[in-house]
Design a protein around this ligand. Sequence first.
Ligand SMILES: [Fe+2]
Ligand SMILES: [Fe+2]
Length: 471
Amino acid sequence: MKDRLFVEKRGSIGKDFINSLYILFKTALIHDLKNVALNSTVDKVIEFIHLLLAEDESFSLKVVQEHLFIDEVKIKVDIENFLASMFLIEEMKKRGVGSITFSTHLSIDELKRFIYAFISTDLKSPQSFEEFINKLTSLAVTRITIDRVKEEVENFDHVLEDTREMAKKIYFKTIAVASEIMDSEKLKNSAGIKKAKRLVQSMVDVMLQEESTLLGLTTLRAYDEYTYNHSVNVSILSIAMGQRLGYHRRELSELGIAALFHDIGKTGLPLELLNKPTEFTAEEWELMRKHPVNGVKTLLKLKGLQEQAIRMIMVSFEHHLNYDLSGYPKLATPRRVSLFGRITSIADCYDALTSARIYNRNPFIPDKALSFMVKKSNTAFDPILLKIFINVVGIYPVGTLLLLNTRELGVVTKANPTPTNIHKPRIKLITDPEGNEIDGNVIDLSENQGRSIVRSLDHRKYEINVSKYFQ
Ligand SMILES: [Fe+2]
Ligand SMILES: [Fe+2]
């Protein structure tokens, strides 16, 4: 397997390449190929092709299910390249093209001929792939070759499967390490923190490749030890927000680590209190409210953290302060809550509201938790960050059980990245219209004309274990 840096670099050049190719196709659809308007866009595409060819003789742009890959590296879809990705996937599929391979020494002229062959292919003909390939031959295009959509889907399933497997391993390992470190005895040991750092780094890497898997894992509630499960979830949700804010890998890791330890001040508290099934007494609340400051004290004693420690300390101190400082601890002098603090407090509240922990037997279902939080926009939460958070998890977050107009039930597997389609996530059908459990297809509600959401349901009432769809 190629190293992380390679994957990250390919991913980001790949994104630029896809965007430039999209602009080229769009320009070519309006202008004649001889038009000078095309020149600068062709130059851009060639520039990115050269960058992608820096280490190999050739590379392939592939469509696998709903994703684009540059060789084995999946190109992440975000708001900026969403249209470009959708366009290329659709246009390639229409022509029966599964992959386009670009080889060294490709000239500007040859690229133009390829574009011409591509856009002039008759899509109504069932033989459009053959027609396309004949055109390429007659135009003497040899440095760009095409392949049909084929069984490669299976091969790539392995790649996706591997990433998912890896995501799961990392998730559970991080929970284990978090529980190990938060055991106060081991806190003094910097080796544990280093381990946590490495794991958070791996989470960030998985996140950059396969965000929905990790977000899906946050719906798992199998752990008795709520605090560790919660800490890892808050870390994942914070990283996902950081990604939307355009943070780089290093900043994402710093945010992830700080979020992972936001409740470190709870380590000194007795388990009976943390897991108390009934309401807290006034004294118990007072004790609970000390955990942000206790966290600061604990973190100050940690060795080997250097500049990272400051951010961790801030997050521990600030995560219950609230945007308008109405939370705790009370401050003598008002000050603005740091960006990391504002991010983690949103992730923290959401995970706490949706978790079935011992003293919260009736947790909110995800979309209800979001509406509850929206009411506190501008008071408890930074309104812009809250909007970003909703965009991350979707109005119907991953794991939400939905009733459809067809009377089928489905579980959200992926939020829709397009802001205008945020209410149309991707779902897996789990029952037929009669209510019989099925291992149904994954469908995209934004593409599925016949199906729409009636409402979200509480999966616990239906005794449906939604997290099993992410395992
Ligand atoms: Fe907390
Ligand atoms: Fe928390």
